[in-house]
Design a protein around this ligand. Structure first.
Ligand SMILES: [Zn+2]
Length: 573
């Protein structure tokens, strides 16, 4: 990265406010001069995720994640540095010049193409006559015109190459459309992926169309077809409707998870807008972390069929491991949220939510039902079934509460369940690598990342004087930023995730209160450095003396000893 691009990045970093960016994804509240929230990168109950506006850094005291605004976006959305920079540039209306070797991000071009396709499908639907099958289907499902607008629903017409021709007419490379998952190729022939389907555009957290879900009209397989994995579409990290629901989720402090597009649309039309839907896939850990960023109170509304139950069983450990305790709503047999809300309305649903079971109680109910009866075999089977789940609970108190509930329901003693848990042998082998202990290096770097203007006073340090690799790298980065003209050390940024985390940790490590005057701190550090160097020089001398004696060079040993004594005197004086 050089020149113009690098400067633009620096400027972007000085403009972007890390608190604004992070609070889009994590509920932050003020604590002293900083903001805190629940860490999106590890499971926790009390907030140790800290964001400093003043220092434009975040750091989690729980898992050690940390960095600047770029690092956050990279980690949170799994982006490359370049992608994170472009995302940020877009948010702040920056025009990022092309980076050397960056082919104007294929990602951006795919997004632009998706936008074009969404507009095409949407217009096509709206221009259909009311008697067209697509129009009458949506009408029958009770989908209102406002909903079609709000969610930009569309229709992919029947036929093999409608979109192909639109793309060709626009002069866009079909290979790009293939990469976007919009078209396929067989031999010489190109054809549309979505044909004769109602189209549900899927947006990312910034509202951009990253993919599509398509429901077939009438009979045909598969009933639902989604965009395949593309550079911008990762179904394990996307939830339908999250973009539209984000404000309502914050306002309500609670949210609903449903399984289908139409379920979500029906609820939304009934005035329940704090809803997201899975994209025809099982919930993933990334999904749950995404959800957690909005609220801790979730309701899972699933069909009462075997598939729905299986989905809840699979989702349970994901939620519990993130210390979320969602409630489960089972709809009356044969109903889905769509049909239910159309019959019973918002009130009916709220009633149902009131009766929602905490997920663990729900799972006990279901397991008991599966194994039937109260005999000893059934009890053993139930414990066996729920054991992995119990073992995965991080918080011992909540684990105990769950075990207590299970013991009570089964009329067995708690310690029996504990014993069953122990026999599953959870081992928590923590492998901590030995690294150099370097308190001075830590203190100096913490000072320099907060007061880079003092760098010249320490410019004589060589990286080798630090005892840890990461300290060496950080020092070199600061040195480089300082010595290359036109760069602001305040705007240091790192493409390297580890380095960025270190930077953030150090940046937040100086306590606000009783932080002495930087001038005084610089002097103290300088004195420490001098002391340290002398000590090291003495140590080296001692080693040389020992070596000289061992090898029989008495004269040399004596000479070195004199030198040593001189140094000792100097230090004392
Ligand atoms: Zn964390």
């Amino acid at each position: 990265m050089a020149g113009q691009f690098s400067e633009a990045i620096q400027e972007l970093k000085l403009t972007a406010n890390i608190v604004d960016v992070i609070s889009e994804y994590v509920s932050l509240r003020r604590r002293g001069r900083n903001y805190v929230g629940l860490c999106p990168f590890h499971a926790e109950r009390t907030p140790s995720f800290t964001v400093s506006e003043e220092r434009q850094a975040f750091h989690c005291f729980g898992c050690g994640a940390g960095g600047d605004v770029f690092t956050f976006l990279m980690k949170f959305h799994n982006l490359s540095f370049m992608e994170a920079a472009r995302e940020l540039a877009r948010k702040y209306g920056f025009n990022l010049p092309e980076a050397p070797g960056d082919d104007q991000s294929r990602r951006e071009r795919i997004l632009a193409l998706n936008e074009r396709a969404a507009a095409y499908y949407h217009r096509f639907l709206k221009e259909l006559p009311p008697e067209a099958p697509a129009s009458s289907y949506l009408r029958k499902r009770g989908i209102k015109p406002e909903t079609i607008e709000r969610f930009r629903l569309g229709y992919a017409p029947d036929g093999w190459d409608n979109l192909v021709r639109v793309i060709q007419a626009a002069g866009v490379d079909l290979a790009l459309a293939k990469e976007a998952g919009l078209v396929s190729q067989k031999g010489e022939r190109w054809y549309d992926r979505f044909r004769g389907r109602i189209i549900f555009p899927i947006r990312d957290l910034s509202g951009r169309v990253v993919g599509f879900g398509g429901r077939i009209l009438g009979q045909g397989e598969p009933k639902y077809l989604n965009t395949p994995e593309t550079p911008v579409y990762h179904k394990g990290r996307l939830l339908y409707g999250l973009f539209e629901a984000r404000l309502a989720l914050r306002e309500e402090g609670a949210g609903l998870v449903v399984e289908g597009y139409l379920d979500l649309l029906s609820l939304s039309q009934a005035g329940i807008t704090n809803v997201v839907a899975t994209l025809g896939t099982a919930l993933t850990r990334e999904h749950v972390r995404l959800l957690k960023g909005y609220t801790k109170n979730w309701y899972l509304i699933f069909d009462a069929d075997p598939a729905g139950l299986k989905a809840i069983f699979r989702a349970a450990p994901l939620f519990l491991n993130e210390n979320l305790f969602p409630r489960v709503v089972l709809l009356p047999e044969g109903e889905d949220p769509d049909s239910f809300i159309r019959q019973r309305g918002q009130e009916g649903l709220l009633e149902l939510l009131d009766q929602a079971r905490p997920i663990f109680s729900f799972l006990i109910d279901q397991t008991l039902k599966t194994y039937g009866g109260r005999g000893p075999e059934a009890k053993v089977a139930v414990v066996e079934e729920l054991r992995p789940l119990l073992a995965s609970l991080i918080d011992p108190i909540k684990q105990d509460i769950c075990i207590e509930e299970l013991a009570e329901r089964l009329s067995v003693r708690k310690d029996h369940i504990y014993r069953a848990l122990e026999s599953s042998g959870r081992s928590s082998a923590s492998s901590s690598r030995q690294e150099g202990f370097d308190p001075f290096g830590e203190a100096l770097l913490a000072f320099l990342v907060n007061h880079p203007q003092y760098f010249p006073e320490f410019a004589d340090l060589s990286p080798e004087e630090f005892l840890r690799d990461e300290y060496r790298h950080l020092f070199e980065a600061i040195k480089q930023a300082y010595s290359s003209e036109g760069q602001f050390p305040e705007a240091l940024f790192f493409e390297d995730e580890k380095l960025s985390a270190l930077w953030a940790r150090l940046r937040l490590s100086l306590e606000e209160e009783d932080r002495p005057d930087p001038e005084v701190m610089a002097q103290e550090l300088r004195r420490s450095l001098d002391r340290l160097r002398k000590k090291q020089a003495l140590q080296r001398l001692l080693e040389e003396i020992r070596l000289a004696q061992k090898e029989g060079h008495q004269e040399l040993a004596l000479q070195l000893l004199k030198q040593y004594q001189g140094l000792c005197l100097q230090q004392a004086g």
